[in-house]
Unconditional design. Structure first.
Lengths: 500, 500
């Protein structure tokens, strides 16, 4: 094998992978958007066949030989090629460490588990789901011990979702959240309640759709490359490359704010994806580097940009134009207050900015304890309810709205939750850093986000997966991550809003 | 290789092919429906990679060995397996007959040609397109001579799109069309004009969408398995198997009939696809057997069912409910007359039921002459215009609305056009046959198409590609195809409509 040929083959391999991922991503996206209701079994036929082809491509003997050859010659590679080889080898070595029969059994387990969870959740039947969840946690521990025998299993999975992350970092972060947010929420609940009456009422779909499109334009999304669809749960996905990105929303007629902030949130993900350098397309470096960094961008636009008073002032004329009856007599300041109202609730995905991290903290503490063997799966519901009482001050009436609410654990995603909260906290520190050189409020007031987007593109988006997340973070911040920015931001905001 | 293993491998091969075709079909469908406007280059990255995988699967050495082994042992196979092996081998042998470099050059030619055609058509610039078209006709002749040296090249391609079809059959058919339809059209044009005022006006999208969905239900489509989307040009596609079929329509606010009949036309295709026996799914026997048979079903529902007076009477209450202003004072009979108005026009895809076959006949005669070497590509525009004058009695003002209007020739589809007209004619004879045992008018009047659909399912749909089209035709008809049914149907209908 010559180096020249091997570099070509590396490119071809990644081009093929991106085509298969285009296909798989689109079949899944189609299933959530346009596909007729009774066609799931048809997708269940095609997706394993295409996934199997991806598995062959990423782990087959030719690929092993190619990547090992390139790794031996890494000094002769470009920075981007080295990172491509590193990421492909990492994936390969992880799969090589797990006996194939155990891996296949695990994949079957996840399919069954997902099915059982879908029935257990509405039936409030944790007992039927528990045996599957036990097996999943067992597999996560076992796979971690195969791949990294010397590492704490939970640390292994934290690091898988966010390279560089570990329990020590998370513990420090959540300790700051606990000591900052829990008393702040208590103070907010004792203050005079904020009214959200102006965002509730009847807001027809057609006008909400127009609002969604105008928000996409407003935050600077290129609608030639970013599509919008309706789904049960909003998400963002890129198909084949960052040249084709889709966001989705869910419109609730009775609440104008849900889709509004959902579009900006997913729009933040899409800005990150589509902001990658063009030459990352069709390589494994294309797309966001980790869930935390992704959430840092989505929550940056959703919370730090769109829930700010200057932004609300800038878009309010459009809202008033679309909903003249509903907005009669409403001021931008009232609208701003309404969309920032905070209160403890049961469901994470519907939580407000202030309480969101508390929901995540509950999940972090529980999965950490289960992974350490300090908590049995069967005891999860009681522990869940106790922490909701402790952190959010509310009673969980059933497991449907408690421990069964999320699909993550049943889908094998253990160690994933912390990134949701970390992303918010990264975003707060990014904003502080950005404000050193960009007058963000002035940009928002004149309705021009391009300096904001240019900063994010220069410091974050363009790199795709080139730098590991913790390295990227340090580059952007010029120093270590400090959760204090996030806590102070929340304190200032809610002190002002609730006149504490 | 054991027979048992080979039969398993045959099944696996077809399952894989269906998954890749699911992916390719969906990427293409997405490009016409949900994809953002500037993402074509992204699909152009992925589709050749997945197509290449299909090519490897269908022509690779393992597949050759498998199919030849099964072909040698065909006596031990089921009827369905024999047909699967036959169809896969046919495809394989065709590709094996063409030198790979010529095949790849041809694929590149088609990409270029399509691009040139897209620019030449609006620019009314046939001269820029002619060199590509010459090369395409040359390639079609050459490939036919490789694959079937003893056969007339045009006959070869007719037979490729419709096994059993040849110039002799087409000549007989079009002679009947010429002698029947040309004078009938002349008489219609001399009669008192039919008014189509009631279908023109302003028909908002939302109500037309509801009409489309109610028509889907009315003709018996299962919307759990058949989706509806909006596209520039309507089409039908099945994704992965007949368990997931999509139809599309194009709504024109100013004309209520376009989308109405488009939905029923595509709905006919979708009834055929989804009516296949379940065990055809994920094999090469799934889906319609040929373009002619497919058109026989789409035009059956569009013309023989939906443009009939009993059908119009049955759906008219729904139309009046959705468009009370526009339908004020309009009777079902007037609506029926309006949607059957015939007149010579320039564009095939917008032609009415009476003139449609004349448009096709022009194309048939021209491509036959070019393939025989009797007409040079550069002389196509003049010959086109002369035939439009002769058959339709109209002058073609430019090539944009003349010889450049269709994408087929530039896309390498030579020998394909006749099936559009043959399908209509098959449909007329199917209807006559069906009426021997089913009281179709009574079904339409009481709004119950299930006996009609059951007949089509029993005689046509369930078989997928199991029988070659001409054999299927003879089975359904219990005798040879006779274009007289079609001509007599048109004569009766237009005599009644125009009081000739």
């Amino acid at each position: 094998m010559t180096l020249e040929q091997a570099r070509k083959d590396l490119k071809t391999l990644q081009a093929k992978l991106s085509a298969y991922r285009h296909a798989l991503g689109l079949i899944s996206y189609d299933g959530s958007t346009a596909a007729p209701k009774q066609t799931a079994s048809n997708r269940a036929h095609s997706m394993p066949i295409l996934s199997e082809a991806v598995y062959q491509l990423t782990t087959g003997p030719e690929t092993v030989a190619l990547l090992e050859f390139l790794d031996e010659n890494r000094a002769a590679l470009t920075e981007k090629e080295r990172r491509q080889v590193f990421l492909l080898l990492k994936d390969l070595r992880f799969h090589a460490s797990i006996p194939l029969d155990e891996f296949l059994a695990y994949r079957r387990l996840l399919v069954e588990s997902d099915d059982v969870w879908h029935r257990a959740k509405p039936a409030n039947d944790f007992a039927s789901f528990a045996p599957y969840l036990e097996k999943i946690f067992d597999a996560k521990k076992r796979f971690a011990s195969y791949a990294a025998p010397d590492k704490d299993p939970y640390d292994f999975w934290l690091n898988e979702y966010e390279a560089g992350l570990n329990t020590a970092v998370c513990d420090r972060f959540f300790a700051a959240v606990r000591s900052g947010v829990v008393p702040l929420l208590k103070a907010v609940m004792e203050a005079e309640p904020v009214s959200d009456a102006c965002i509730l009422g009847d807001f027809p779909e057609k006008e909400q759709e127009e609002l969604a499109r105008s928000l996409m334009d407003f935050i600077g999304l290129d609608r030639g490359h970013v599509g919008l669809s309706a789904t049960e749960h909003p998400f963002t996905t890129s198909l084949g490359s960052h040249f084709d990105t889709r966001i989705t929303t869910h419109i609730y007629r009775e609440n104008v704010s849900y889709s509004l902030f959902s579009v900006v949130h997913e729009g933040g993900h899409a800005l990150y994806e589509t902001g990658g350098a063009d030459d990352l397309a069709y390589t494994v470096l294309d797309g966001g580097v980790s869930m935390s960094i992704h959430e840092s961008q989505s929550r940056f636009y959703e919370n730090y940009i769109a829930r700010s008073l200057p932004f609300v002032r800038a878009v309010f004329p459009k809202i008033r134009e679309l909903f003249p009856q509903q907005m009669r007599g409403v001021s931008p300041e009232q609208f701003w207050a309404a969309v920032n109202k905070a209160q403890p609730t049961l469901i994470r995905t519907k939580a407000d900015e202030l309480t969101y991290s508390l929901h995540v903290m509950v999940r972090y503490e529980l999965e950490k304890r289960v992974m350490a063997g300090d908590l049995a799966v069967r005891d999860l519901p009681a522990a869940w309810n106790a922490l909701y009482k402790e952190y959010l001050g509310i009673d969980v009436p059933d497991d449907t709205r408690g421990v069964l609410q999320d699909s993550h654990w049943g889908g094998g995603m253990v160690g994933y939750f912390p990134s949701y909260a970390l992303g918010s906290a990264y975003g707060a520190q990014f904003m502080a850093r950005m404000k050193e050189t960009v007058d963000v409020d002035a940009c928002l007031e004149r309705g021009d986000l391009s300096p904001v987007n240019a900063w994010n593109r220069e410091h974050i988006w363009q790199y795709g997966k080139l730098y590991p997340p913790q390295e990227l973070l340090e580059r952007v911040l010029g120093g270590p991550f400090d959760p204090g920015y996030y806590i102070r931001y929340l304190e200032e905001k809610y002190r002002k809003l609730c006149r504490l």
